[in-house]
Write a protein that binds this ligand. Structure first.
Ligand code: FES
Length: 97
């Protein structure tokens, strides 16, 4: 299962392979901000607390938008990172503002 924590809503949802974290949150009515969906605004930024190995590798947009230190700590962009395998994952929406 994937545990998604939005600003107020927290939900355990079944993984759907190949879709983004943001898509998964939206499909399950978890309140997850977004705007551009292209990897530039960072409103969808999130912290992967557990199970980052079940997500896609950071793409170019994430590397451009996030600091290397942030990525090392497990921060990703919800609109860019995809669910790639089934396993326990915990992700918290952590926008800058
Ligand atoms: S929605 Fe803008 S970076 Fe993800």
């Amino acid at each position: 299962m994937i545990e998604l924590s939005g600003r107020e809503v927290q939900r355990s949802v079944a993984p759907v392979l190949g879709i983004t974290v943001l898509d998964l949150a939206e499909r399950n009515d978890v309140d997850w901000n977004s705007f551009c969906k292209r990897g530039t605004c960072a409103r969808c930024r999130c912290l992967v607390i557990e199970g980052i190995e079940y997500l896609s590798e950071p793409n170019l947009a994430e590397e451009r938008r996030l600091d290397p230190e942030e990525m090392e700590e497990g921060y990703r962009l919800g609109c860019q990172s995809k669910i790639e395998a089934v396993g326990p994952v915990k992700i918290k929406h952590t926008p800058y503002f």
